[in-house]
Design a binder for this molecule. Structure first.
Ligand SMILES: C[S@@+](CC[C@H](N)C(=O)[O-])C[C@H]1O[C@@H](n2cnc3c(N)ncnc32)[C@H](O)[C@@H]1O
Ligand code: SF4
Ligand code: SF4
Length: 322
């Protein structure tokens, strides 16, 4: 089946026509009336992670709160937020969301085919009837990924992906369609992009790239603007031209990644941060965006050096903060 939009074919679009139509009307009202509706959602469904990756924003703002929300708490939050605002897709993050399969199932029940799970993939990936797809994080090829995410993590994740892909069809589609890889590019791993693409092309559905976003000025993982970063982006654009169905970033979005597109210092200026309703593990709204925090005193991301994919793609589509 031919993909028309984000891995969906014509049958998928017709089946969920109301959701697609609502999204279309939101885009029209943004363009015509400068309205600022929530289009997407993100939820940190858990305040725990089994890894401690060197680049991770979540650990920077994590509060040491042990009590988690129950499934019923989340059901109420989903109704009062994401469903109320008719968000198109909600992305479940954390922490590591696969440690709360009960909450993932609740989201899938409430918002069938409108839920993505972003996971480190170190736990087996459950086959969930109403999931949209998995974003599995791989931060380069094995050695460099392990240097960021911990020894042995690449092997575990690879095994879990391959086991999933070997498994039965889901809703009449082959299992490989459910797996999308996300790589966060930084100054340590940028040389492994092409090898990662070669390793996974033909095995999983799609790969998306974003750039590491720092929270401090001297973060060695940030790939500075300039010659090397431009070359990295040009390589990604060449790969995108070669494999347009596999690399999910648009060329316009990749071009933005060469420089500052989001804001000044810690303040979003052009970034349409309003478009994604982002909740933390207590269901409270995070600011300024999904990598921020609900705590106003928490350390903030540097908008001027932002490389976050889900917002830059909106800018590339013509959305802004005006
Ligand atoms: C915080 S993790 C949560 C989900 C899951 N634990 C995982 O690793 O996929 C969500 C995504 O954010 C990315 N990420 C973490 N820190 C980042 C940063 N400073 N800049 C950009 N992306 C980052 C991770 O690589 C991962 O793909
Ligand atoms: S697995 Fe995900 S949440 Fe956990 S530390 Fe790594 S990037 Fe952060
Ligand atoms: S996505 Fe980037 S530019 Fe937008 S508010 Fe967050 S850090 Fe700032």
């Amino acid at each position: 089946m031919v993909d028309l939009v984000y891995g969906l074919g014509i049958t998928d679009i017709l089946r969920d026509f109301p959701a697609h139509f609502r999204m279309l009307t939101k885009y029209v009202s943004i363009k015509l009336f400068k309205s600022k509706p929530f289009i997407y959602g993100s939820a940190d469904i858990i305040n725990v992670c089994n890894l401690h990756c060197s680049h991770c924003y979540w650990w920077k703002t994590r509060r040491n709160e042990k009590d988690e929300l129950s499934v019923e708490d989340w059901r109420t939050i989903i109704k009062n937020t994401f469903k109320k605002h008719h968000v198109y897709v909600v992305t479940l993050v954390g922490g590591e969301p696969l440690l709360r399969e009960d909450v993932i199932r609740t989201f899938c029940d409430e918002m069938p085919r409108r839920v993505c799970v972003v996971t480190n993939g170190t736990y087996p990936l459950p086959r969930l009837k109403n999931l949209y797809f998995y974003w599995v994080s791989l931060d380069g090829t094995q050695q460099i990924h392990d240097s960021i995410r911990g020894k042995g993590s690449y092997e575990k994740t690879k095994k879990n992906i391959l086991n999933y892909v070997k498994g039965p069809d889901r809703n009449g589609k082959p299992a490989w369609k459910d797996i999308w890889i996300t790589m966060t590019i930084n100054s340590f791993n940028y040389k492994t992009i092409e090898d990662l693409v070669s390793e996974w092309k033909g095995v999983i559905n799609k790969i998306g790239f974003q750039f590491h976003t720092p929270f401090g000025d001297n973060d060695p993982l940030w790939l500075p603007y300039g010659e090397i970063r431009n070359q990295v982006v040009d390589t990604l654009i060449q790969l995108q031209k070669k494999y347009p169905d596999f690399i999910m970033n648009t060329q316009r979005q990749l071009e933005l990644m060469k420089g500052s597109w989001g804001g000044v210092s810690n303040t979003p200026i052009d970034c349409p941060s309003w478009a994604i309703l982002s909740l933390d593990h207590k269901g409270q709204t995070k600011h300024p965006c999904c990598i921020g925090s609900s705590d106003p005193n928490a350390i903030k991301p540097i908008c001027e050096k932002c490389g976050i994919g889900c917002y830059s793609i909106l800018v590339a589509q013509g959305l802004n903060n005006k």
